[in-house]
Every structure is written in structure tokens, then in C-alpha cells.
Design a protein around this ligand. Structure first.
Ligand code: ADP
Ligand code: MG
Length: 443
């Protein structure tokens, strides 16, 4: 590899990192240029799913970056590092069958088990998917995963498929949205080639259909799916389905389908708790090669509660804004990026004012708050101070910890959580807090 080529590639990479936070991933650093000949820049990629990701999600931006950095009209090719001839083995279909039928969606390299954060909200669903990927058709069949939008159903299903494929690259997996199934079916009916349709769907080793609630009210598709299901099930093939609700709650779904869908294992994904959200933000940042300070992670996790997809969106926004600016990601910048008013001008509260207010309220001294003692009569006011400092000042968690005897950010986070819970469950704490906030923010 020539130095010139390496140099061009490095410049393309930093261009992409700077301008495309939406698709930039840490693994881009491991891609390497092969050559630049006859107007084609060849890049090696380690596997098929990353190759698809680059082609489908990033190609036009990579080409634009390559043209800008080389000054030539170049195109870009992504060559599998182990298969330079670019042969993607696909099982040949019988001649007649249209090759768009039953077309699987491509698997995202992001959606692996390694990239999935396990927490109380998704532990069972995760474990069953892992088990299924290790013993197709044997562990749980069918597996039905449900939960509201953005909680990780598609991620888990793709991780299951990709893991199964790693164990056996020749598996014939049909993975698609229910909409594709329904559209394929309707087209087959119109064109009179139900035979081909059935052949395609019923000769797979594993059928994975995302958002099966789409079958609701589609009577003929339900009928067809019932037979597809039975054929595969009886042949011991794995079936995985996802939906936004349990089988019995899918409106207008035939009873016989409800009972088929429920006869294996039905698992639910719930909204992730605060700790899981923190871990997800941390994981997503790592995947994108972004260094995020703890207080920004905790800020994003507090700000976005209901939908994991939005957590990622928030991270993209914060990172995008940092890239437009100095490149540094700070709590203040995160607040701005996520549309929060800067707090300082509103309150201008200092940590010593907080300490004064809290020591006035409870029978403790500053030296107690900064000291090591952990009995409740001292720990509680100390936690109160930390909570107020987090909410009313712009100090980072580290800085807040520093004011209270050099405690670290995890202690501050724990304090904030404790007070937050108490505030919700205990009226007395709630009242004390409200009074303190009112005193501190009074102008
Ligand atoms: P659904 O299919 O349930 O609507 P997705 O699987 O599309 O949700 O997930 C939305 C986003 O949230 C994806 O980017 C996914 O990677 C991410 N996500 C959800 N749960 C987790 C988790 N536990 N760990 C890591 N990422 C997650
Ligand atoms: Mg989905």
C-alpha cells in the first residue's frame, strides 16, 4: 500500500467522521484501501454485513468524500477481505422464481448480541434469542418477542439471525418485515404464481418476521401465513416473530394464529431503566468511537426515557453539534444540543448557597457533609446537596463530587437517584426539596 493512498484514505476517514456522525462507526478505522486504479478506489471490509452497510447506508457520502479528497471523479468498491473476488454465495433459486420475492432485509452490523445491552427490561428476551440462535427449532419455537416501538426487537432478531449465520453460513434465513410478506403474497396472487411464493417461503431454514401485527385485518394473508407457519413448524424450522403487543392483543388476528403464536415462548421487552439507558448510551458512543464524559451520558439517559432509538438520536445530535464546534463534548453543549435552556442565567445558584440552605434545614455542618461519615442523618443531607447541585448548577458530576469530600461521579449519581426515588415516594422529602429549591431560586 503506498503512502499516498494511505494518506488519501486517512483524509477521507476524517472527513466522514467529522461530517457524518449519523453513520460513522468506530470500525471504519479498521477498513483499509487496497488500490486506486482506473477511477476506482477499492476498500477492504471484513464481512458481508459491513459491506452491505457501507453500500446501502453510506456509499454516496463516501464517494463524495473520496472525490473531494482526491480531486478526481472516483467511484468506491467495497471488497470482502477474505474474498477479494467479491463472490457472495447465495443459494440459487429455481429459475422461474423472481429474485425479489422473499428478499431478506440486510443485517445491520450494529445489531449484534455484543452490541446489545442487557438489563432487567430485556433480560428474558435476550436470553431466549441467544438460546434460539444456538439451537434452531429446538429451544423455543416459535419465539414471539413483543414490546413497544424502539425498544430493541429488530436489534434482537437480527442479532439472532447473524449469530445463527455465523455458526452455519449456508443457512437459508428469510428475515423480513411483515409488510414485505404481505406485499409478496398479494403480488403472487395477482400474478398467479402462488406456487413460487410458497416454494420460496416454505423452503427456508428459519423464518423471521418483524412487526407481525401488520397481519391485522389482512384475512387472506393470515390464511396464507397460517399454512406457511404450519409447514415450517412441522418441519422443525425455527420461526421468530416480533410485534408491538402480545399475540392475543393484535386486533383482528384469527384465533388459530393467536394460539400458534403463543405455543412456543412469548417474551416482552419493557422500557429500559435509567442504568440500562446509561449503559446503552455508553455502548453506542463506543461503537461510534466517541469519547463521552460520564455526566453527558447520565444527562442523555435522564433526558430520553421512553424509547431507545431516541437515545441514539440524542447522541447523534450531541456529537454532530460538537463536531460543528470545537469537537469537545461537554455537559453544557449536550444541554444546548438537546434543546435545554442554559441554566446559569436562570438561577445562578452556587454550591455554597446549596450547602447553606441544606445545613440550615438539617442539623449538620459543612465538615459533616464533606467528611466520611455515612450514617443517615448525614448521608441524607449530603445526598440532598448533590441532587440540588446537579439540578440547579452547571457543575459536572465530578465537580459536584469534589465539593463533597472528593467523592467520585458514581457516588453523586447514586445520590441523585436515591433522592429522586424518595421524592416520588415520600411526601415529606418532596416538600423539603420543593422548599429548598424555592429558597435557592428566589431572585
Ligand atoms: P424496535 O424494533 O423494537 O422498534 P429497534 O430494534 O429498532 O427497536 O431498536 C431501536 C434502536 O435502539 C436501535 O438502534 C437499537 O440498536 C437500539 N437498542 C434498543 N435496545 C437496545 C439495547 N438493549 N442495547 C443496545 N441498543 C439497543
Ligand atoms: Mg423494529
Amino acid at each position: 500500500m503506498t503512502d499516498v493512498l494511505t494518506d488519501i484514505w486517512d483524509r477521507i476517514l476524517s472527513h466522514l467522521k467529522r461530517n457524518h456522525s449519523e453513520f460513522w462507526r468506530g470500525w471504519f478505522q479498521d477498513l483499509g484501501p487496497v488500490n486506486l486504479e482506473n477511477g476506482v478506489l477499492r476498500i477492504t471490509v471484513p464481512d458481508h454485513s459491513r459491506q452491505q452497510y457501507l453500500k446501502q447506508m453510506c456509499n454516496s457520502s463516501i464517494v463524495a468524500a473520496a472525490q473531494q479528497e482526491t480531486g478526481y471523479l472516483v467511484s468506491v468498491e467495497y471488497v470482502l477481505s477474505n474474498e477479494p473476488e467479491l463472490i457472495v454465495p447465495l443459494r440459487p433459486l429455481p429459475k422461474k422464481i423472481s429474485n425479489t420475492m422473499g428478499e431478506s432485509l440486510f443485517f445491520s452490523p450494529d445489531y449484534t448480541f455484543e452490541n446489545f445491552v442487557v438489563g432487567p427490561s430485556n433480560r428474558l428476551s435476550h436470553a431466549t434469542c441467544v438460546a434460539v440462535s444456538e439451537a434452531l427449532g429446538k429451544a423455543y419455537n416459535p419465539l414471539f418477542v413483543h414490546g413497544s416501538v424502539g425498544l430493541g426487537k429488530t436489534h434482537l432478531m437480527q442479532a439472532t439471525c447473524q449469530t445463527a449465520l455465523k455458526r452455519d453460513a449456508n443457512l437459508n434465513i428469510k428475515y423480513m418485515s411483515c409488510e414485505t410478506f404481505v406485499n409478496d403474497f398479494m403480488r403472487a396472487v395477482e400474478e398467479g404464481n402462488l406456487y413460487d411464493f410458497r416454494y420460496t417461503y416454505r423452503h427456508s431454514d428459519m423464518l423471521v418476521i418483524d412487526d407481525i401485527q401488520f397481519l391485522s385485518e389482512r384475512e387472506r394473508s393470515q390464511e396464507e401465513f397460517f399454512h406457511t407457519f404450519n409447514t415450517l413448524y412441522q418441519a422443525g424450522k425455527q420461526i421468530i416473530l416480533s410485534a408491538d403487543c402480545p399475540p392475543s392483543e393484535i386486533p383482528h388476528l384469527e384465533d388459530r394464529l393467536v394460539s400458534r403464536f403463543s405455543q412456543g415462548l412469548v417474551t416482552r421487552i419493557d422500557k429500559p431503566c435509567y442504568e440500562t439507558r446509561m449503559a446503552i448510551v455508553r455502548k453506542k458512543a463506543l461503537m461510534r468511537g466517541i469519547d463521552l464524559p460520564e455526566d453527558v451520558i447520565s444527562f442523555i439517559a435522564r433526558k430520553v426515557e421512553n424509547n431507545t432509538r431516541e437515545l441514539e438520536g440524542a447522541l447523534t445530535k450531541v456529537y454532530g453539534m460538537a463536531m460543528l464546534d470545537s469537537g469537545d463534548i461537554t455537559l453544557e453543549l449536550a444541554r444546548q444540543a438537546l434543546g435545554e435552556e442554559p441554566r446559569t442565567p436562570l438561577y445562578q445558584v452556587t454550591v455554597s448557597q446549596i450547602i447553606d440552605a441544606v445545613t440550615g434545614q438539617f442539623n449538620v455542618r459543612l465538615s459533616d457533609l464533606q467528611g466520611k461519615r455515612r450514617n443517615r442523618s448525614i448521608a441524607f443531607p449530603r445526598q440532598m446537596c448533590m441532587f440540588l447541585a446537579r439540578d440547579l448548577t452547571n457543575h459536572s458530576l465530578e465537580e459536584i463530587g469534589g465539593h463533597f469530600g472528593g467523592r467520585d461521579h458514581t457516588t453523586v449519581m447514586h445520590a441523585c437517584r436515591t433522592i429522586d426515588k424518595l421524592r416520588q415516594n415520600d411526601d415529606k422529602t418532596k416538600m423539603i426539596l420543593e422548599n429548598l429549591v424555592a429558597t435557592l431560586t428566589r431572585r
